[in-house]
Every structure is written in C-alpha cells, then in structure tokens.
Ligand binder design. Structure first.
Ligand code: AMP
Length: 213
C-alpha cells in the first residue's frame, strides 16, 4: 500500500496520514517532520533546511530526495507507507518513480477559509511541543502549556506572512502534480471539509474502494 497524500498546507493531510497509517499498519512519512527533527538535532541537513523552511520556501530537491529515499528503504516500509508532504515538485515526483511504485494519490481539497482557519492561530509549547489552536483547541491558561506550563509561541513558519508564502509556493511548485498524477490515473479527489472523525471515516472508505481492499 504505497500512497501519497497531496494538498496545500493546512488541509489536514498530516493528521489523516497518521490515522490512516495506524489503521492500515503502515508508517506515515512526513518530510516536514523529518526536517524538523534534523533541525532539533542540529545536523548538517537541519542547518541547510532551516532557512528555506522559515521563509516558507522549499528545501532543494537533491537534499529532500536523498532523505526520502533513505527513509523508505527502511524495513517498516515493506508493506507500504503514506507520504505526507512529498513529492512537492515535478522533479521529486519523477525521482520517486524510479525509487518506488505508487498505487494511489489522494488529493485533499479544502476551502481557502478552512485552510486559513487551520493554519492561523496555531500555538506550540517551547518545551514539550504540544500543539494548541487559539480557537479550536485553546490552552486552559492563556499563553501557557496545559501539560508542562511552559510558554507557548507561534512557530516561525506559522506566522501570517510565512503562511501566505507557503500557500503561494504550493500553487506554483506542487499544484502541477495534480495533473501529473491524474494523467497517470493514480489520483482521486477527496473533500477534506468537516469534523476530523467523519473525514477519517470517509477517507478510509475511499482508499479501500480505490485499492480494492
Ligand atoms: P510541512 O510540515 O510538510 O508543511 O513541511 C514544512 C516545511 O519543510 C516546508 O514548508 C518546506 O520548507 C520543507 N519541506 C517539507 N517537505 C518538503 C519537500 N518534499 N520538498 C521541499 N521542502 C520540503
């Protein structure tokens, strides 16, 4: 079961890739998560990636393709995987073809208002990295983490001006992949509007139907 979850930032791909991965017993592979971990570990890759990420741009293809390649060669990917946030350019999609055979691409759709609501207002704990949302999931005490009482902050790439750049980057670099995968007959459209639980259930049905489970 080798799948790609495609769509703009803020559409809920990460949350649903996690849930669907648990449902099917395959890993969710998020290149964004891998890069954030590298930054935390102060690795060479992390140092190179940080500037692009903070500005809302893309990390160069050669770096990210190598990273992805080594991740999906690990044993836990034998039964398959869900890619969240990769590929993001045509060059990455073409490289992926020579690494692995993708069976399904789910194209997440959400209104611009929905995306802005999910992306804006996110708060992260400086210490334990718990995530809150000023409207949907506010902390009990303003500005403080419920779990460890540390200070909450807005991540660099979640500031309004960077969100705007990330959405523009998606339109320019990643949106062409919709046509690319549609022409290959691998793409199904998915309406990501609604409560997480309902969206998850619809998503599993859609995947089952398209992969003939
Ligand atoms: P995400 O958590 O998927 O939104 O990724 C956060 C940031 O990591 C993006 O805004 C990019 O700067 C970088 N990134 C993640 N995946 C890729 C990718 N496949 N290609 C290039 N840059 C990426």
């Amino acid at each position: 079961m080798r799948m790609i979850f495609l769509g703009p930032p803020g559409v809920g791909k990460g949350t649903h890739a996690q849930e669907a991965g648990e449902h099917y017993g395959i890993p969710k592979i998020s290149t964004g998560d891998i890069l954030r971990e590298e930054i935390k570990n102060d690795s060479e890759l992390g140092k190179k990636a940080q500037e692009y990420m903070n500005a809302g741009g893309l990390v160069p293809d050669d770096l990210i393709i190598e990273t992805l390649k080594s991740r999906i060669s690990r044993d836990d990917c034998i039964e398959g995987f869900i890619l969240d946030g990769f590929p993001r350019t045509l060059e990455q999609a073409e490289a992926l073809e020579s690494i692995s055979e993708i069976e399904l691409v789910v194209n997440f759709n959400l209104s611009y208002g929905g995306i802005m609501q999910r992306l804006g207002g996110r708060l992260t704990c400086r210490k334990c990295e718990a995530i809150y949302h000023v409207k949907n999931n506010p902390p009990k005490r303003e500005g403080l983490c419920d779990l460890c009482s540390s200070e909450l902050y807005v991540r660099e790439d979640q500031k309004p001006e960077v969100i705007e750049t990330r959405l523009k980057t998606y339109e320019r670099e990643t949106k062409p992949l919709i046509d690319y995968y549609r022409k290959k007959n691998l793409l199904v459209d998915f309406n990501a509007e609604g409560e997480v639980k309902d969206v998850s259930e619809r998503l599993i049905k859609l995947i089952d139907k398209n992969l003939n489970q």
